[in-house]
Design a protein around this ligand. Structure first.
Ligand SMILES: CC(C)=CCC/C(C)=C/CC/C(C)=C/CC/C(C)=C/COC[C@H](O)COP(=O)(O)O
Ligand code: GRG
Ligand code: MG
Length: 289
């Protein structure tokens, strides 16, 4: 069981699932404050506890499926870059990982469809995109990074989609944009870190095409634009002033991540700092909502 949780990268699954719950909560706050009292009393539901649990479960399962199918297709690269992972280390067989991933995708999409049609569509589209990313897109410069950025940011959209008929997706769109930009920046840095294994595998990633230095500048630019945009949830009255204080700490961590890649040419540490900054930004969304 432990090895399958490692294949799923359960820490990422938990982070994504919490992000989706933030989406549910923020969307509920916004749409329930926008409706008229009589509509609120008559038509608008109370906080959807069961749907919130389903949202958490779907994102946990689909994210885990995406990580598992990624390692299934990455077996050759991971033998070079990450030999301790469950498949290259032999702890989980290749076919077992594939069937496990497909089962998680199916379970997640079916549960999503039981929430509403939009949640079902998002889960199905994301599942297909995760498979396409792992099999093909990840070896394509920038498109692969954008796909992972969209997928990560979509956790917020998925939470907002619980209230799609009340404008829930629009309510959380700025969170989607911030998460997408931060993830794209980190994905480019990860490609700089993996450049040797990717080159051996014939992948055409951005750092291989334009060089690691220019890729580092682009990742830093995207990351810094996300930092400059980070007050937007407060400006849009999605978040309280507590968010503004906490996200300033996340912004500082993003700045350190940029320094690690631009100033110290250390993609491994920069990637870790980006992830820490993203985790802290998620905490600021939770505490500031
Ligand atoms: C500027 C600002 C306020 C940005 C917002 C940042 C934010 C809240 C991002 C959300 C992050 C999130 C929902 C992450 C989910 C889990 C995750 C790390 C997904 C992306 O994983 C792909 C990555 O390539 C996996 O690699 P690794 O982390 O090394 O296993
Ligand atoms: C909203 C719903 C239903 C699902 C969202 C699913 C989410 C949040 C996905 C987040 C992004 C994610 C987990 C992508 C999986 C693919 C992946 C591991 C990309 C990075 O892989 P590589 O580029 O191969 O790098 P490493 O394998 O070395 O980490
Ligand atoms: Mg991989």
């Amino acid at each position: 069981m432990q090895t399958y949780l490692k294949l799923m990268r359960s820490g990422n699954c938990l982070m994504a699932a919490i992000a989706a719950l933030v989406g549910v909560f923020i969307a509920y706050n916004i749409v329930s404050s926008n409706v008229s009292p009589d509509f609120y009393a008559v038509a608008f539901p109370t906080v959807p506890i069961l749907d919130s649990f389903k949202v958490f479960l779907v994102v946990f399962l689909v994210t885990g499926a995406g990580n598992a199918i990624n390692d299934y297709f990455d077996i050759d690269i991971d033998r070079i870059n990450k030999p301790d992972r469950p498949i290259p280390s032999g702890k989980i067989g290749l076919k077992a990982a594939l069937y496990f991933s497909l089962a998680l995708f199916a379970a997640g999409s079916i549960i999503a469809a039981s929430i509403n049609i939009i949640c079902g569509v998002i889960a199905l589209v994301n599942s297909l995109l995760l498979i396409y990313y792992a099999s093909t897109l990840k070896r394509t410069a920038l498109l692969g990074n954008i796909a992972v950025g969209y997928l990560t940011g979509s956790a917020f959209l998925f939470g907002g989609a619980v209230f799609f008929e009340y404008g829930g997706i629009k309510a959380v769109f700025v969170l989607f944009v911030l998460a997408t930009m931060a993830t794209i920046a980190r994905e480019i840095v990860k490609d700089i870190e993996d450049i040797e294994g990717d080159r051996e595998d014939g992948a055409q990633t951005l750092p291989i095409i334009i060089g690691p230095k220019k890729a580092a500048y682009l990742a830093s630019l995207i990351g810094l634009v996300a930092v400059l945009a980070s007050p937007l949830p407060y400006i849009q009255s999605l978040m309280t002033v507590r968010y503004l204080i906490l996200v300033a700490v996340a912004d500082l961590l993003f700045a350190v991540a940029v320094y690690e890649i631009l100033g110290k040419n250390n993609p491994a540490r920069s990637s870790k700092m980006f992830k820490m900054a993203m985790a802290f930004a998620l905490i600021s969304f939770i505490a500031g909502a």
